[in-house]
Design a protein. Structure first.
Length: 150
């Protein structure tokens, strides 16, 4: 099962979600065969994660400093089993791209964009993401168990 976290620029929310998910998978679901990545709908490739995103993830022991943005492309889309998006509008854009609605989940109802905010704004966003990613992984892991594997 491959999950791709999607936001607009792939420099704030989706890199935090990807980093948090990697850590949760490593600690709680090491045998699950769940893999994760992230991408943006409106970005250029190669942009580093925002410094506030890096800093607030570092506070909880997650290093996303090596992250570089990537724009969603057909290869990423074909390798993805589930798109975890930050907003309903991201889900609508994916649907316009031809991605079936059942392959998309909106994290936590919606995760607001911290872009341009202060570190406290990013910290709040990180905590929302952590809770939503935890719930998503619990659901995915239990579905995988009931299906008997992948």
């Amino acid at each position: 099962m491959h999950i791709t976290f999607i936001c607009t620029g792939n420099t704030c929310r989706s890199p935090m979600a990807e980093g948090i998910a990697r850590e949760l998978i490593r600690k709680r679901y090491p045998d699950s065969r769940i893999t994760v990545s992230s991408a943006g709908l409106s970005t250029f490739n190669g942009i580093p994660a925002s410094q506030h995103s890096v800093d607030v993830c570092e506070e909880i022991g997650i290093d996303i400093s090596a992250h570089r943005s990537q724009r969603l492309n057909p290869e990423i889309a074909s390798d993805t089993d589930l798109f975890a998006v930050m907003t309903r509008s991201h889900a609508q854009i994916l649907e316009q791209y031809g991605i079936p609605r059942e392959k998309t989940a909106v994290l936590g109802g919606e995760i607001s964009d911290p872009f341009g905010g202060d570190e406290e704004t990013y910290r709040g966003c990180r905590d929302e993401i952590r809770e939503a990613v935890d719930q998503l992984l619990q659901n995915v892991a239990s579905q995988n168990e009931s299906k008997g594997g992948d």
